[in-house]
Design a protein around this ligand. Structure first.
Ligand SMILES: [Zn+2]
Length: 383
């Protein structure tokens, strides 16, 4: 689950040539890309009501129409998960000793409630050079680009040296779902084995005039981890309130998290990023980047970078409340109050260290702080 921010949206608009008028491709191929993109966005792939297998079948049909043979194309459906399938496709390379390149994209999306959206989340809408719809940025644009690439390669008779593989998977956005990429790695390793893989994770940067400044490359990743806060209480009738109230305990705990900032941490990745970006960005922000790299405790410089949500997140572990549930009746004292705190942990830092820090921040024995589920390894820093 990644934030869809304006930077990403603008970068996306440029990437697919909206309103730029100089994309270097003809109208027909733009129309075709757009049709793939639209079909993906308009195929609901949420865990609750969607169907990744259907999205995979639709993309498979397009590849087949472009000339891919049945042996180069496979919709896979993990047993017991009929709607959480995906697609593998292959364009054979000319050098059998060269390892493949994998183009990987998840096609599932985060839940989207119609009442929370101004526009229908499952209709691709274009307004003023922006695309709106669930998954337009994360990451159906990229998935559509991969599919469109595969079709183009076939059309142009392109013979790559390395075999090019495509994998569209489900289950990236929801912890409880089957992780499709993980399932492939475990059960279909040969089908996706590659020298390297290309997937989502980074954006580009534009300046205030919309000119391109940088295209990011992912060098390190944070660990996404949920923590549970829970207060329980004997309860009682609302006509006889007491101070020891599960909701009040929980609200105070969540409020403490809202006021807490984890300390700035530097590793090879963010040090190199801020050093390089300081030259491109310049001005006050550029100077602040250099100052923070030199001294991570320079609070004035940190405050300048913290105004940018991306930079703020790149400097430290962050934790934020994302869900609440409490109480069982309007006229009863709550017996249970729960919050989900989603943390993005700085590379190399353990989950237990963050758990201990949260317990310390909350400082209330009435709140149980737990790790409800562990998914995947702790992200380690890249040298
Ligand atoms: Zn994503």
């Amino acid at each position: 689950m990644k934030p869809v921010n304006s930077v990403a949206a603008v970068a996306l608009a440029i990437l697919i040539g909206v309103g730029t008028g100089h994309s270097g491709t003809d109208d027909l191929s733009q129309e075709r890309f757009r049709a793939i993109y639209k079909e993906l966005v308009e195929t609901n792939t949420t865990l609750s009501a969607g169907d990744c297998t259907l999205a995979a079948q639709r993309m498979a049909a397009r590849l087949k129409a472009a000339g891919y043979r049945d042996e180069d194309l496979r919709v896979f459906v993990p047993e017991g998960h009929p709607k959480e399938g995906g697609l593998i496709a292959v364009l054979a390379g000319s050098d059998s000793s060269a390892k493949a390149i994998l183009m990987l994209a998840h096609v599932d999306v985060v839940e989207a409630k119609r009442e929370d959206w101004t526009r229908d989340p499952f209709t691709l809408i274009e307004e003023d050079g922006y695309f709106y719809g669930r998954g337009t940025s994360d990451m159906k644009a990229q998935a559509a680009i991969w599919v469109d690439n595969m079709i183009r390669y076939r059309e142009e008779g392109f013979k790559p040296k390395r075999t090019i593989k495509l994998a569209l998977t489900c289950g990236e956005e929801t912890n409880a779902a089957l992780n499709g990429a993980g399932w492939l790695a475990k059960n279909e390793r040969a089908a996706i084995d590659a020298e390297f893989a290309l997937t989502e994770g980074v954006d580009g940067v534009l300046d205030a005039q919309g000119d391109k400044i940088a295209l990011d490359v992912l060098a390190a990743e944070k660990t996404s981890q949920n923590f549970g806060f829970e207060a329980t209480n004997a309860g009682g009738h609302s006509s006889r309130p007491v101070a020891n109230n599960a909701i009040y305990h929980l609200i105070r705990a969540v409020d403490k998290v809202s006021h807490y900032e984890f300390p700035v941490q530097l590793d090879d990745a963010n040090r190199a990023y801020f050093t390089g970006m300081s030259r491109l960005v310049g001005g006050e922000a550029g100077a602040a980047m250099l100052a923070v790299v030199k001294n991570p405790e320079d609070s004035a410089a940190v405050a300048v970078l913290d105004k940018n949500t991306d930079w703020h997140a790149m400097l430290r572990t962050t934790c934020v409340a994302t869900m609440l549930s409490a109480g069982h009746a309007t006229n009863a004292l709550p017996q249970r109050a729960r919050a989900n705190i989603n943390c993005r942990i700085f590379p190399g830092v353990s989950r237990d260290a963050i758990l201990a820090q949260l317990v310390k921040i909350v400082d209330d024995p009435a709140i149980a702080v737990t790790i409800p589920e562990v998914r995947g390894p702790v992200a380690t820093p890249s040298p």
